[in-house]
Design a protein around this ligand. Structure first.
Ligand SMILES: O=c1ccn([C@@H]2O[C@H](COP(=O)(O)O)[C@@H](O)[C@H]2O)c(=O)[nH]1
Length: 300
């Protein structure tokens, strides 16, 4: 890793890792995915329009408030609505903050550094109406190509989740390449180095209180991959966003075996398994509570 001077968060702003750790301690390790698939809008009796998208989004937000640590809107499902879709995302970010929910924009951005600056400004910049608490990033143009986002997140007290071991089976064909020196292991090592640069994260135990702001995406479906690839996620000292719980088949009771000693760092994401319970607000809230309870039981 090249030497890059550490930049502390802006004065007065608590770093994302600390804010997420506190939210997980208070509400448990559930991140509710906001994935307004067209078929879900149909099932909810909502039109496939920006207004349908808005009603879906705000209903999920209300059901999650007080019962989950974070919301993760899937940006791809807002983009087909153009400017109106982005306006709904902007509203979500404002309302979530008022409701005490952290936000992770699942945008999976990654590009050459100069373009990355623009993506960083859009999703993490103080001036941007689309600024979330954290954004997902793709490291496949090289981890260091993400530098503008990593540095801007650190300056603004926001966070990043870098794809390491994704929940889809196809991910193995790239991420597992190299065996004990795998692509995934190099992403994990780079995230660990990133978190070690900031005082208050390096050298502490991998408890929620000591979480850094550079997180990873590690699917709940990866089975024994961490052991097979020799990856120790406690060394990353960052939060682990774990999609795959729920609709993709991973169960809460399997998570301790998947994540081992890093279980306390896991923020499990679930979208369709919860969203299928709508549009009834009480049923949706009950689905959120049930998932939150299962995960708290499994991961603490
Ligand atoms: O490895 C990854 C990275 C991101 N995702 C996203 O999470 C949700 C999962 O939705 P479910 O309905 O709970 O399956 C979705 O937005 C994916 O794009 C992922 O699944 N795996």
């Amino acid at each position: 890793m090249p030497e890059v001077p550490a930049r502390p968060p802006a004065p007065g702003r608590t770093p994302f890792g600390s804010r997420l750790g506190a939210a997980m301690d208070e509400h448990g390790p559930l991140c509710v995915g906001v994935d307004p698939h067209p078929v879900l809008l149909d099932a909810w009796g909502l039109p496939r329009t920006a207004e349908g998208l808005r009603r879906f989004t705000l209903t999920v937000l209300e059901a999650a408030a007080g019962h989950a640590a974070a919301l993760k809107p899937q940006v791809a499902l807002y983009e087909p609505y153009g400017a109106a879709g982005f306006a709904v995302l902007e509203e979500l970010f404002v309302q979530a903050r008022s409701a005490g929910l952290l936000t992770v924009a699942d945008a999976k951005r990654g590009d050459i550094g100069s373009t990355m600056e623009a993506y960083a400004a859009a999703w993490l910049g103080e001036e941007s109406p689309l600024a979330a608490d954290a954004v997902t990033l793709s490291p496949y143009l090289g981890f260091e190509s993400l530098r503008p986002a990593l540095d801007l997140a650190a300056r603004t007290g926001r966070g990043t989740f870098v794809l390491a071991l994704t929940s889809n089976p196809e991910g193995r064909s790239v991420q597992h390449v190299g065996g004990r020196e795998s692509v995934a292991a190099s992403v994990c090592a780079a995230a660990a180095a990133e978190n070690a640069r900031f005082p208050g994260t390096g050298g502490q135990p991998a408890a929620r209180a000591g979480l850094g702001s550079c997180g990873l995406v590690v699917g709940a479906t990866v089975g024994r991959a961490l052991t097979e690839l020799g990856i120790d996620l406690t060394a990353v000292r960052g939060p682990l966003l774990a999609p795959g719980y729920g609709a993709q088949g991973a169960r809460a009771e399997e998570l301790p075996a998947v994540f081992g000693a890093a279980g306390g760092q896991v923020l499990a994401a679930s979208s369709r398994a919860i969203l299928r319970r709508g549009p009834d607000a009480a049923a949706l809230r009950e689905a959120v509570r049930r998932s939150a309870g299962e995960l708290a039981g499994a991961l603490g």
